[in-house]
Design a protein around this ligand. Sequence first.
Ligand SMILES: Nc1ncnc2c1ncn2[C@@H]1O[C@H](COP(=O)(O)OP(=O)(O)OP(=O)(O)O)[C@@H](O)[C@H]1O
Ligand SMILES: [Mg+2]
Length: 468
Amino acid sequence: MNSPSPLALVVDDDEGIRQMLSAVLSKEGFAVTTAADGVEAVAAFEANRPAVVLMDIRMPRMTGLQALAAMRKIDRAAAVILMTAFAQVETAVQAIKEGAFDYIIKPFDIAEVLLLVGRALQVRGLRDDIAVLHRALTASYRTDRILTNNPRMMELLQSVAKVAKSNATVLVTGESGTGKELVAAAVHYNSPRSGGPFVKVNCAAVPEGLLESEFFGHEKGAFTGAVARRRGRFEQAEHGTLFLDEIGDISPSLQVKLLRVLQEREFERVGGTEPVRSDVRVVVATNRNLEEMVRQGQFRQDLYFRLNVVTLRTIPLRERPEDVRLLSGHFLQRFAAENQIDVTGFDDRAMECLLRHSWPGNIRELSNAVERAVVMCTGRLIFPEDLPEQIACRPAEPEDAEEPVPADVAVDIAPGSGLPLRVMISQYEARAIGEALLRNGGNRMRTAQELGISRRSLLYKLQEYGIA
Ligand SMILES: Nc1ncnc2c1ncn2[C@@H]1O[C@H](COP(=O)(O)OP(=O)(O)OP(=O)(O)O)[C@@H](O)[C@H]1O
Ligand SMILES: [Mg+2]
């Protein structure tokens, strides 16, 4: 149908029938090949991969049923129509159960044969279309993962599509857990480089002293422990995209080196003297305020300008209530399926809690909360009690409305709540951290300063409480 002349294979031990069907199908524009028994038929099928097979059931050497099974082993999508005498209809029905496309009873009408063959081809065409679509879907899988119903997020996604086409360096900013990494991946997978690698480095996770070698690789003997030459991330990302996460965390000396690759498109391995050419698109992300860091002299202004050619800013979850609904539903389905738990939705009050919560940890916090709720809940709906303590608000009930609930967190963990001290303390801590993060616009450095703890220990606690 889509190719100029599809191939039909006609199989019958009766030469008269072979000739007749060949003539009819050729006239209809098919290329036709024939076989006189099942063994020949399977060989012809394997060699020529016909689009459709018309095959007698009763034949010497190998029956139509056996040949059908053999063909389906070669190609599960084989379109096989069986021909049968009235007396063998039961066998024909069996054949359909075993994967034949259809059967036709002898003596048959030519029009009927043509109709069936046409339909088989159509189904086959659809199957091929589905396979093509499936491949296309898998390829765009990573970009389709950004779910949203929010108009500003949709604008952001349009910018992603536009920016992706260029080779410009992209800076992705936004609070923790808002999808910066997804945006970075979307830039890559929508770009002409999508066939190349997408390589990620989390600059905050690699010890300061090793980061340069992580970026640029090293020559053998460059430093103690450098027993062999190692390719760095820039080399690994050649012809693709390098995603430098937490870019605000790199040292001043590495900032200089990064600036150089961006400007001159070349670098040297640690301990090396030969410049290495580099064809890499760089996308960076941070939840720190780089502009502020420039002002305070912690981040080079020239590098900032280089990185900031295009800025994509993700939006906090609390500013997109429609996504709280959308994503909580999405996570619910996912975790219910993963854990094989039969949960179908949120009770209205639970949804109200989700909508009221301020989500300092954004989508990551939502995902953790829903996962926990799915595991905790006992029925088919999620109730406020199933949600983590800091999210399970007490929705306003008429009698409650009279007495405003003090915002002070101490209320929730007042003595007499029956909870172990350890739990009360962590609840208080999680809440205090969440609120401090919010006050500082998600800036972890300032949050840590305000709370009088180190940035590392803040990061640790954020992970522990699932806030980030
Ligand atoms: N719109 C979205 N649709 C579906 N999943 C999302 C969406 N946004 C974020 N997520 C999921 O939320 C989690 C956090 O997203 P991501 O890691 O991209 O955030 P981030 O901004 O890089 O966070 P951090 O600053 O902590 O590194 C991931 O598991 C991601 O898949
Ligand atoms: Mg990230």
